[in-house]
Design a protein around this ligand. Structure first.
Ligand code: 5GP
Ligand code: MN
Length: 336
C-alpha cells in the first residue's frame, strides 16, 4: 500500500483537471505497457489531460492494447514530447526505478526537469526523484500496484474492463502467467476481481502468446540449439548473434520469454541470454534464477544492470564472445 499521507495529497491533486504525463521504461514489456495504459484509462475518466510517452518504439505483440496507438515515442518524436513534459502538472513514472531506465536520451532530459513526479514501481533500490513514491519490491508487477493505487484512492468503481484489460496484461506477463514466486494470494485476488469486471483472460493470453510469426519460432529453435549448460554450477545460457537474428528476420519483441527456457532444465537455478544488438553496439543480457540466487545483485555487480532477485537485465559493450567468457569466469568464481 502507498503511505496514507501521500494518498491524501494525491487525492487533492487529482480533484481538479490536470495535465498528466505517464512514462514507462525503455524497451517496454507487458507490465510497463499495461500499467501505463491502465493508469491512462483510469485518469481520463477524471477529466485529466493525459499523455503516455514511451522512451522508444514498443513490440508488435503489445500493439493490440487499448490506446496503444495514442502513445507518443520520445526518441522518434521528442519535439512533440518535450512540451508535454515541460508543461505537465504531474508525471507518473511506472515500472522503473531510475531515470536512466528510460535510456540515455530521455533520461538526461528527465534529470533536468523540475516537475512533480509520482513513482509506482517494484524494482530494488529506487532513486530519489519522486515527490510521491510507491515502491514495493514484493509486488508481482507494476500493474498490481496500479490496481492497489486506484483502490486506495477510492476509485475502484472506475476500474472498468478497459482499465482491467491493461492491468491484467502486466499481471500475466510479469508473473509468467501466474507461476513465478512473486505471485501472491493478493495477486490472484486482483486478477479474479479484474475478471469480475469483464476482463477476458483467455483473449489476453491469446493476444500475448499465440500471435508469433513462423520466423520467431524458428529463432526460438536456434536459441535452444545454442543453449549451453554448466551443470556443476547449476547454470545455463543462450546466445543469439546479430547474424542469427537477421537470418530469422528478427522483429522487436521476438526474443521475449526465450530466457525462461534455460531455467526449465532440471537442476538449473540460474540462466542468462546474451543477445547481440549491433545497431546499439551492445550485448543485451537477461538473467533469471530460481530460489535464493540474486540476479539483481549479479546484474548490478558485473553487467551494468539490475532488476529483481529472480529476474534482471544488463548490458555489455565488449563483443559477444568476450561477454560470454566474462560471464563464465564470474560464474566459476562466485557460484558453487
Ligand atoms: P528482462 O530480462 O525481461 O529485459 O528484464 C528483467 C527485469 O530486469 C525487468 O524488471 C527489467 O525492468 C529489469 N532490467 C532489464 N534490463 C535492465 C537494465 O539494463 N538495467 C536495470 N537496472 N534493470 C534492467
Ligand atoms: Mn514490472
Amino acid at each position: 500500500m502507498m503511505n496514507e499521507q501521500d494518498i491524501e495529497a494525491i487525492k487533492v491533486l487529482l480533484a481538479s483537471p490536470k495535465k498528466i504525463v505517464i512514462i514507462p521504461h525503455r524497451n517496454q514489456d507487458g507490465d510497463s505497457m499495461g500499467s501505463t495504459l491502465g493508469l491512462y484509462h483510469f485518469l481520463i475518466q477524471l477529466q485529466h489531460e493525459v499523455t503516455v510517452i514511451s522512451p522508444n518504439e514498443f513490440a508488435d505483440y503489445l500493439k493490440w492494447m487499448p490506446a496503444a496507438d495514442k502513445v507518443l515515442l520520445f526518441e522518434e518524436n521528442h519535439e512533440a514530447c518535450e512540451p508535454k513534459l515541460n508543461e505537465a502538472d504531474i508525471i507518473f513514472t511506472l515500472d522503473f526505478n531510475a531515470f536512466h531506465r528510460t535510456g540515455e536520451f530521455m533520461g538526461s532530459f528527465l534529470e533536468k526537469l523540475d516537475r512533480t513526479f509520482i513513482m509506482i514501481d517494484h524494482h530494488q533500490l529506487p532513486d530519489d526523484y519522486a515527490k510521491y513514491m510507491y515502491s514495493d519490491t514484493k509486488m508481482s508487477s507494476a500493474c498490481e500496484m496500479v490496481y492497489h493505487f486506484i483502490t486506495q484512492l477510492g476509485y475502484e468503481n472506475l476500474i472498468n474492463s478497459t482499465v482491467g484489460t491493461c492491468l491484467y496484461t502486466g499481471l500475466v506477463t510479469d508473473t509468467g502467467s501466474f507461476r513465478f514466486s512473486s505471485t501472491t494470494s493478493t495477486t490472484l485476488r486482483v486478477a479474479a476481481s479484474l475478471v469480475d469486471k469483464g476482463v477476458n483472460s483467455a483473449q489476453i493470453h491469446n493476444n500475448l502468446f499465440d500471435t508469433s510469426s513462423y520466423n520467431r519460432l524458428q529463432l526460438l529453435g536456434k536459441a535452444l540449439q545454442n543453449m549451453k549448460l554448466m551443470p556443476e554450477y547449476k547454470t545455463s545460457y543462450i546466445t543469439l548473434t546479430q547474424n542469427e537474428l537477421d537470418s530469422h528476420h528478427y522483429q522487436k519483441g521476438d526474443t521475449e520469454g526465450f530466457v525462461n527456457y534455460g531455467l526449465s532444465i532440471d537442476g538449473i537455478d540460474f540462466t542468462a541470454i546474451f543477445i547481440e544488438n549491433k545497431p546499439e553496439g551492445i550485448i543485451k543480457i537477461s538473467f533469471r534464477s530460481q530460489g535464493d540466487f540474486d540476479v539483481n545483485q549479479f546484474a548490478r555487480n558485473y553487467f551494468n544492470g539490475g532488476g529483481h532477485i529472480n529476474a534482471a537485465g544488463g548490458k555489455s559493450t565488449v563483443n559477444i564472445e568476450e561477454t560470454v567468457a566474462k560471464f563464465i569466469k564470474i560464474v566459476k568464481e562466485t557460484k558453487k
